[in-house]
Structures are given as structure tokens and as C-alpha cells.
Ligand binder design. Structure first.
Ligand code: CU
Length: 702
């Protein structure tokens, strides 16, 4: 420490006591021998002034390690180079080293918040273990640096109506575990057993056109026989747009397959109930916390879960309607219990994307074998073992696909949690799975969020909301509700896409949901935290009004005569808009929201041409760009969306309209065009080219 080479060899001139022919140092001089070829002389450590665009700022106090809150420990490798590059990768623009081995990442406001004070340079005097010529603070002293390159993130802070607005909508009869918009323009709610008032059926349909009238806004549905806690939901591509609910909690519930045929219309109650008979139609494996996906061939892939409360993992997948045995996936076994409600989607390449815990891969849609393993998703700067799926629970959506759909599809995942300690992640990650060498891009979020929800909006933006800053998903395991909504706008440059929007006053913790309604508002529901009363069991429904509904512009209207589409065909519609300017069309995949998982969500912007109010839209390419199923079509007049009209794209190739052919599920909608489904409920005339499930190739079929 502090040694340096003497000016001349002659300063080591004292003869050695045991051998007068050799010299052994001199006054305050040491003769040094080394087993290395050349001895590396370490200079007196000094503060490194800059590392790329990081600039050294000085030595400051850091009592309690709070100035920059994200702590990394590196007992052998800490250095300005190492520490600052870690912080930079996760979007932190202030950082420092302390006590030699400690690295801290944070933000500029940390210094003021904590009241940190400058200290003489001499107090930051510990060399860095990874670079002993550099200084890394000392006890309670930070050598701190500021990023002075292009900002690593820029967030928008819109004011007034540009920030959107939360509004109270209506009290609810239950806490919906699942919220699912239906082809009848209503939103279906399912609750886990016992969340609502005693003796509810656990199933209610909410009619947004009635809205705040609690006595008429909800229709109670019967027929759910087992517990949907915590199941998956999808909309079937059949002509009726039936909703399916899959899996659940314990015994028969685990195997549950429940179906609802949405009927009625805005302001008019339907009469249909849920249908369920676990003795005639059930999963092959019990699944608590599974995910479902309508595949390109029109049948369903159901993945993962656990065998009930505290049960063993169910690290496999199966097809519905049932064909073949289950497909075992070792990677799901190895990542249990952090892979529940995995994220699934159909890729334009024809593969199936799966993201689970902090891993992701592409599966062959026929064999379900892995085609490509993607890099691990980064989590927290100080914890690569954090994750994105339950219980670390972030949310995944797809970024918009624009005609002619030749840009690689990108997946967006926001929020999640680190493992040690369990803290919400303050970043989103994106990846384009189909490109040759896919890499995750990380963008800082303005706040931490676990149990995030994300609503795909018709203008191609995404509303990130709900959840908590601390903890993980599950009962009583999270704290510090995140009351702020963030808007993610994929049309802006990366790292500049997020805006801090309006706040709510209602904590939306575990089992809260957010779905877009047909009128363009976002329905925000639930919270079932069971945390000894710290946060309420939340029955109130709110809506979030995005800025596009607050501008005062009238929502355009349109009339679409044909809503049963085949890919790449042209469909005419007429638009009435107040601006008379150019319009756009978006198509939003039907979604079911539970646990922050928006199963089925995607958004496409097809080609549109208009002459006055007479327009033509070209249906997207299928079935990998726009998988079969129901979509909501919106017309956009500038930023302002119309109400949605539901369209089906790609027919019902798996013939689900004739499934399940069991007594409890009669009448079936049958096959054929959309419009007639309600006219002849039990007819099953085959008007479209249907591919039966038996013809769906599956290599692993027994
Ligand atoms: Cu749950």
C-alpha cells in the first residue's frame, strides 16, 4: 500500500547478513523478488475520473446505504468499470462504490432525498478489489459517478387531460379473479370460491352500457360447479365466440373445463349460463395456475401449473380438445415454482413462444419440442434470479404488428420481482423472438411494479397499472401499492416510451385485473390481498380514461356488414367521423385477464383505404401473424377510437363449434358463419372448411 519503485537500484545497497556478495534492500528500501516473470507494481490508488460517459463526482456520505438503493456486492471484482457498466445496463444514471467491494446503482435525486453530504477526497480511500489502482469509497463513504452521455431513459410527465383519469365506476358483487370481454360487448367476471357475498354463483356479467347502476349492471350466471381459483381463460374461435375457463384449485376443480356462450347485447340481458361437467370433459392433468393459447390450427395448448395448493409441479402441456398424451417439459420442472401462468403466444415464424420464470424459448407448434432457446431475461440489476411469471408476476403483451407485417414481432414484458429481496422490478424488457440472434432490451420504468397488469389500447399504446412495489404475488405477500398508471407508447424511440399518468386512490394488489372495454375505457377491477386488513378486499370497479377519451373529440362510428373474415380478404365498412381526416383501423385479439396475464392479447394495424366515409380494410395474414380467433376492430380518427365491433378471423379450423359433444354443453353453436350462430343454436351444418382435431398433426400423439 503506497509503495513505489525507488529512483535507483543503488538505493538497495545494504549487504545481506548471510551473504556479503548480495544486497538486501537499504534504509526504507526493500529488494523485491517475484515468482511472476515481471513484477506488476501497483500504483497508489486514485479516483478514476471517467469510465465511458460516466464522470466522477466526488466522495459523499452514505449512512445506511440509501443514497443509491440497489446494492451489488463483488468481493473480488468491484471496480468503477464493473460497477458502472452494471448500473448502466439497467438504466441507472447515478452510481457509486463503497467499502471497496460494494457497488450501488440509483438515481440523481437519491443524494438530495437522503441528505448526503460531500466529504474530502481523502475519506474515500479504499482501493477497489477488481482494480487496486482505483478508489471505491470507504466505510459509509461513496465514490460516486454520474452518467453524462445520452440519457438512459426519458419519461414523459403529461399534465391535465393528457395524463388520463381514473374514475369510480360502480361497486361490484364479487372480486373478479378473471375479467374477460365478450363478443356480446359485456365483460365476464369469475371469482374464486367464497370471495363475494355468501351464496353468489361466482359468475357475473357486467354490462358497460349500464355502467354505474349497480342494480342493473350485473347479471348473475349459474353453472360454474368447481372453483376457478386460479384458472386460465380464452375465447374460442367458434362462431359464437364462446368463452372457456380451464383449470382451478384442488380435486375436481383442477381439471375444470367450463364454457360460456355470451348472449344478450348492450342493455339487454342474455340468458345463458356457464356449462361444466367434469365427468364428461376435463383436463388430463390437474392444473392450478396454467396458461392457455389458441394455436394457429385452432385448437388449444394448455401449459403448466401445479397440482393444487402446495402440490407438486405439473411440468407438462396438453392439447384441448384432447389429443395425445401430455408433453413433458423438463424446463418447467427445473423452474418450478417460479414459472406459473407462463406467457404463451403464436409467432409469425410458426413457432410458439413461451416465457417462464426468467427463461424463454420457441417451441415447434406440432411436436412442442424446443426449436430455439432464447437468452435469459434480465431481472434486477442486483438479482439475475428474479423473474417475470407468477409468483414474480409481471405482464406480457405483444407490440403492434403493422401492415405489411414484415417487421419482426416484439414481445413486451413489464414488471416482475427480484427474489432476494422480493422487490418489484422497475423495468420492461422486449425481445423479437424470431430474429436470428434475439436479445432482450431493457427499459427503465418510472416505478417498481410486481403484479402488474397491462391493457392493450386501440391506438397502439399500453397502459401499465395495478400491483405493488414490494413483495410477490399471493396472499399477503406484497406491500406498497403502486397507485400510478404508466403509458407505454411503442411508436416513440426506445427508452422514451413511458409516461407517468394519473394516479388512483385504490390499492390493486393480488387478483386485480385490467381489460379494455369495447368503448375504449379500461376496466380496473379487484384486489384480493388477504393481508390481515392492511389493504381491503376490493369490490369497487374503476375505469381509466386514456387521453384519447378526454380530448373532447367525438368517437368515430362505423358500420361493418361482414364480421366473419378470412385472411387477406378485403372488407368494406362506412365511417362517420367528426374530423373527416384519415382513419386507421386496429384489431385487438380477444383477451382474458388474470394474474396480470392477458391471454390472447395482441394488436394489429391492417391496411385501410377510404374514399370519403366508404372504406376497405384488408384482413391480416394468417394464421401466424393473426392467429385464428375473435378480434375487436376499432376505427381511429386521429387518436380517438370508435367503439369496437367484434370480428372473427380465420374461421374455426379445429371445429370447436362442435365441441364438447357432451350433454352438459348442449346446444353447441356448430360450424358455419358467425351471423347464424344465434339463429340455430343446435345446428352443426358445416359451411366452412373445418379441419377436425384428428387431422391436426401432433408428433407426440400416442
Ligand atoms: Cu391467484
Amino acid at each position: 500500500m503506497g509503495g513505489k519503485p525507488a529512483l535507483s537500484e543503488s538505493e538497495c545497497s545494504t549487504k545481506c547478513a548471510g551473504n556479503q556478495d548480495e544486497t538486501c534492500g537499504g534504509p526504507n528500501r526493500m529488494s523485491i523478488y517475484s515468482s511472476q516473470e515481471t513484477l506488476k507494481v501497483i500504483k497508489i490508488p486514485t479516483a478514476t475520473q471517467n469510465v465511458s460517459d460516466w464522470q466522477y463526482q466526488g466522495c459523499i456520505t452514505d449512512i445506511g446505504n440509501q443514497v443509491f438503493p440497489h446494492k451489488l456486492l463483488n468481493q473480488t471484482g468491484n471496480s468503477p468499470q464493473w460497477c458502472l457498466s452494471q448500473c448502466q445496463a439497467f438504466g441507472f444514471m447515478a452510481a457509486g462504490m463503497e467499502y471497496g467491494e460494494e457497488c450501488y446503482c440509483g438515481d440523481l435525486d437519491g443524494i438530495e432525498k437522503i441528505g448526503s453530504q460531500p466529504r474530502p477526497e481523502s475519506e474515500c480511500n479504499m482501493p477497489c478489489p477488481g482494480d487496486p489502482e482505483a478508489l471505491c469509497g470507504s466505510g459509509n463513504r461513496l465514490s460516486w459517478y454520474k452518467w453524462e452521455g445520452d440519457p438512459l431513459y426519458e419519461w414523459g410527465y403529461p399534465q391535465g387531460i393528457a395524463a388520463g383519469r381514473y374514475e369510480f365506476l360502480v361497486g361490484g358483487p364479487i372480486i373478479p379473479l378473471i375479467a374477460q370481454p365478450g363478443v356480446n360487448g359485456k365483460v365476464n367476471f369469475l371469482e374464486k370460491h367464497g370471495t363475494g357475498e355468501p351464496n353468489t354463483t361466482g359468475a357475473y356479467e357486467f354490462d358497460p352500457s349500464i355502467g354505474g347502476d349497480i342494480f342493473h349492471a350485473f347479471r348473475e350466471l349459474n353453472g360454474v360447479k368447481t372453483d376457478v381459483f386460479c384458472a386460465a381463460g380464452l375465447t374460442l374461435p367458434d362462431r359464437a365466440g364462446r368463452q372457456i375457463n380451464i383449470g382451478g384449485w384442488s380435486t375436481d376443480s383442477l381439471f375444470g373445463v367450463r364454457i360460456y356462450w355470451p348472449d344478450g347485447s348492450a342493455g339487454v340481458n342474455g340468458t345463458n349460463d356457464w356449462q361444466e361437467d367434469v365427468n364428461s370433459v376435463k383436463l388430463q392433468r390437474g392444473r392450478w395456475y396454467p396458461t392457455g393459447l389458441v394455436m394457429a390450427n385452432g385448437s388449444m395448448l394448455i401449459v403448466g401449473g401445479q397440482d393444487g395448493s402446495n402440490g407438486p409441479p405439473v411440468p407438462n402441456m396438453e392439447i384441448l380438445p384432447t389429443v395425445g398424451p401430455v408433453y413433458e417439459a423438463q424446463y418447467l420442472r427445473e423452474t418450478d415454482p417460479y414459472n406459473l401462468y407462463p406467457f404463451l403466444l403464436v409467432l409469425p415464424s410458426g413457432g410458439i413462444f413461451i416465457q417462464y420464470y426468467n427463461e424463454a424459448r420457441i417451441l415447434n407448434e406440432v411436436t412442442l419440442d424446443t426449436v430455439k432457446i432464447l437468452p435469459k431475461a434480465p431481472a434486477a440489476v442486483n438479482d439475475p434470479t428474479g423473474g417475470r411469471t407468477y409468483p414474480f408476476e409481471g405482464t406480457q403483451v405483444l407490440l403492434p404488428q403493422y401492415y405489411p407485417y414484415d417487421e419482426p414481432l416484439e414481445v413486451l414484458i413489464c414488471g416482475g420481482a427480484s427474489r432476494q429481496p422480493k422487490v418489484g422490478l422497475d423495468n420492461c424488457v422486449t425481445i423479437a423472438p424470431d430474429v436470428a440472434n434475439p436479445q432482450w432490451t431493457l427499459e427503465r420504468m418510472p416505478s417498481r411494479r410486481v403484479m402488474s397488469c397491462m391493457a392493450t389500447l386501440p391506438d397502439g399504446t399500453f397502459l401499465i397499472l395495478n400491483g405493488a412495489e414490494i413483495g410477490e404475488a399471493g396472499f399477503g405477500l406484497a406491500d406498497q401499492a403502486n397507485l400510478n398508471a404508466v403509458l407505454y407508447d411503442s411508436r416513440k424511440p426506445r427508452h422514451k416510451r413511458m409516461s407517468v399518468m394519473a394516479n388512483t386512490t385504490i390499492a390493486r394488489m393480488y387478483h386485480s385485473e385490467a381489460v379494455l372495454m369495447d368503448d375504449g375505457r379500461v376496466l380496473v377491477s379487484g384486489s384480493d390481498p388477504q393481508d390481515q386488513g392492511k389493504h381491503p378486499q376490493e369490490h369497487r370497479l374503476e375505469v381509466f380514461l386514456p387521453p384519447y377519451l378526454l380530448s373532447g373529440a367525438a368517437q368515430p362510428t362505423f358500420d361493418l356488414p361482414q364480421n366473419d373474415w378470412i385472411w387477406e380478404a378485403d372488407y368494406s365498412f362506412t365511417v362517420t367521423s367528426s374530423s373527416g381526416g384519415p382513419i386507421k383501423v386496429s384489431l385487438l385479439g380477444s383477451e382474458s385477464s388474470t394474474h396480470g396475464s392477458s391471454m390472447g392479447a395482441r394488436i394489429l394495424f391492417p391496411s385501410v383505404s377510404c374514399s370519403g366515409g366508404a372504406c376497405t380494410v384488408k384482413a391480416p395474414k394468417g394464421p401466424y401473424v393473426a392467429p385464428v380467433g375473435w378480434y375487436r376492430m376499432f376505427v381511429l380518427d386521429g387518436p380517438t377510437p370508435s367503439h369496437a365491433t367484434w370480428v372473427r378471423i380465420g374461421g374455426d379450423p379445429a371445429g370447436l363449434g362442435n365441441w364438447p359433444n357432451a350433454a352438459a354443453f348442449q346446444p353447441l353453436p356448430g360450424l358455419g358463419p358467425v351471423g347464424q350462430a344465434t339463429l340455430s343454436a343446435s345446428a352443426s351444418t358445416n359451411a366452412t372448411e373445418a379441419r377436425s382435431i384428428a387431422n391436426v398433426p401432433l408428433d407426440f400423439k400416442a
